[in-house]
Design a protein around this ligand. Structure first.
Ligand code: NI
Ligand code: MN
Length: 225
């Protein structure tokens, strides 16, 4: 059993068998979030990069749940210094965790914590859970190597930023979906702040016009993967 629950911005919860994995748990300060930090339960957290709208409430949630945080090695080292259980990785590397496989993929963006702590390169995340592959692009520009990801892995679900300004906008994300050849596309990283306003229905129309499926999720909405 695998369920994907969207929590606004780039925050995604994945339940797979007895495990709960949070990607980019930005909850406090996220106007789209349907969660309360104190109520989050998970055993794993995966971070795409150090920016506050992704790192979010990682420290508090990881401590409270004794969760393992999987992230780029520099970001992981920072968390380790805060007494968090971590597993550091780097771009292109995969590792089998109790819930499934994680591969950190390229992302063309930047990464640091508020205050300027260096947190390595940003990444995307390719998750293999049973037979299904889920790609969370993190924050990124469009790049041609997404085609390689799609060639080497059948991506069932691709979560792609569409908000523009800091990441791909709608048209670049449509091209990304074509490169990835993903089964179903879920837009993320939009409408959280004024500067990343984007119409997910325009994105859906454009995705459908290239013959692909698009799911626009509300915060709190669940998909059976
Ligand atoms: Ni960012
Ligand atoms: Mn961001």
């Amino acid at each position: 059993m695998t369920k994907l629950i969207y929590h606004g911005h780039s925050c995604v919860e994945i339940k797979h068998n007895e495990h709960t994995i949070f990607i980019d748990p930005f909850i406090e300060g996220n106007p789209l979030s349907d969660l309360k930090v104190g109520e989050v339960k998970c055993d794993f957290i995966i971070l795409t990069h150090g920016h506050d709208d992704h790192f979010g409430n990682t420290l508090e949630i990881a401590k409270k749940n004794n969760a393992l945080v999987i992230a780029m090695v520099e970001l992981s080292d920072y968390l380790y210094s805060k007494d968090i259980k971590t597993h550091g990785m780097n771009l292109g590397g995969s590792f089998n965790f109790p819930f499934g496989k994680v591969k950190l993929t390229l992302a063309h963006h930047s990464s640091s914590l508020p205050g300027g702590v260096y947190t390595g390169a940003p990444s995307g995340v390719l998750l293999t859970l049973g037979e299904k592959n889920i790609y969370h692009a993190g924050d990124t520009a469009l790049f041609y190597d997404m085609k390689l990801l799609g060639e080497m892995c059948r991506i069932d679900y691709a979560l792609l930023p569409i908000g523009d300004n800091f990441t791909m906008g709608i048209d670049d994300a449509v091209k990304a979906a074509e490169f990835l050849n993903a089964g179903t596309i879920i837009p993320i990283h939009y409408n959280t702040f004024d500067v990343i306003r984007a119409d997910p229905n325009e994105f859906k129309r454009k995705i459908e016009s290239v013959g692909k499926k698009c799911l626009v999720l509300k915060a709190g909405e669940t998909v059976d993967v």
